[in-house]
Structures are given as C-alpha cells and as structure tokens.
Design a binder for this molecule. Sequence first.
Ligand code: ATP
Ligand code: ZN
Length: 210
Amino acid sequence: MKTLKIAIQKSGRLNEKSVEILKTCGLSFENYKSSLISSVTNFPLEILFLRDDDIPEYVQDGIADLGIVGENVIEETGADVHYLQKLGFGKCTLKIAVPATESYTSIEELNGKAIATSYPVILDNFLKSKGVEAQIRVISGSVEIGPGLGLSDAICDIVSTGGTLKNNGLKPFADVMRSEAVLIANKTIYDAPEVAELLQRIRSVLKAKS
Ligand code: ATP
Ligand code: ZN
C-alpha cells in the first residue's frame, strides 16, 4: 500500500478536532510537538502539521495527498482540489459588517465604499456576483478596527459570536459565505483504494456522532 500524507493544521482552531477525528478512526500517532511530520503506526499514513493557509495548495500540488481545512481557506486560495467530505466542525460564517450607526438596507449601498478584509478573493467574488463595485482593502488581521480608524467603511471577516464586532461598534450586515472543515484530496489520488479505506473510517466516525 502507498503511504499517504495528510496535512492538518499545526495549531489553531482546527487542530484539536482534526487530531481527534483521526484518532477516533483508530489511527495511532504522536501529536505535533516539534516535528512537522508524524507517522501513523497502524496505517500507511503520515501526518503533516502545517499552517492552514498552506494546506489547499500543498494538496493541489500533491505534496500532501489529503488535507483537513476550512472551506473559506480553499476558496480564498483558489486551489484546485477534490472535496471528499464535510467534517462538521470549524463552522463559521464570513460576513460583511458595518458601523452600528449606519442604516444600510441593501448590498447596493456598498457601491463606492471601502471594505477591509483578509479574504479579498472571496469578497471580490461575492461583490461581483451582486454587481457591487467597492474598494477592497486587504489587512491580514484585526480588520474590525478598520472603520474606527477611518480605513474603511465596512469589513468582511469571520464572525462567530459577534462580540468582537460589537466591541468595535460594528454590526453584521450580510452573509458572504458559510464554512466548515472539510476533507480534501489531490485530484489524481482521490479515488485510490487507500483513500477509500480512510474515507470509509472517517464516515463511520461521523455517522456514529450524528
Ligand atoms: P494558522 O496559524 O494555521 O494560519 P489561523 O490563525 O489562520 O491559523 P485559525 O484562527 O486557527 O486560523 O482558524 C482556522 C479556521 O477555523 C478558519 O480558517 C475557519 O475555517 C475556522 N473557524 C471556525 N470558527 C472560527 C472563528 N470564530 N474565527 C476564525 N476562524 C474560525
Ligand atoms: Zn491561517
């Protein structure tokens, strides 16, 4: 059997659940410490611990055969990968938010406005689909402070509880994309027997949970 490589997040919101699902499948391996690769002792599989942003392209290019990553990251990178399975964790929504004092009623009112985001590709696709022309200001983090600093009129970011928005005088305005963690595969290997075996185990775990 070919030894597969699966890329998962090294640390962050998806790491714990990614490790958990693989362990619940009966796979035995050492969790990430300082080594970026861990060998599974009872299945032909190696686990690569990476930043989530790198996972879609690694899978597209075949450096990893499989990956666990948020749909938002796949869409943002534009990587060409095969979707195998939604995993039911890491759920979040990418939203446009505006100052709480504004009373926008339609998306068209964003025409000519500046929107700060770390997701320029997803936002651009969304605005195009709505026929809205806005200026996208790319910031790598803490985009919520954009409007307060006069950097932008609105933001587009992942919102879970809405607490961060509120603390920065913002309110949600429009949903851009829902996302959850998914299992992806390289397009040349997704139907290999080793992948089918692992996928079947993952599906059994998901079924037992639901
Ligand atoms: P890395 O160091 O790997 O680049 P990161 O800081 O980019 O990590 P995390 O904050 O760990 O990423 O989020 C990883 C993924 O978790 C997101 O891309 C998204 O798919 C998902 N997610 C779920 N809920 C949230 C949330 N409330 N905020 C941000 N991301 C969330
Ligand atoms: Zn990241």
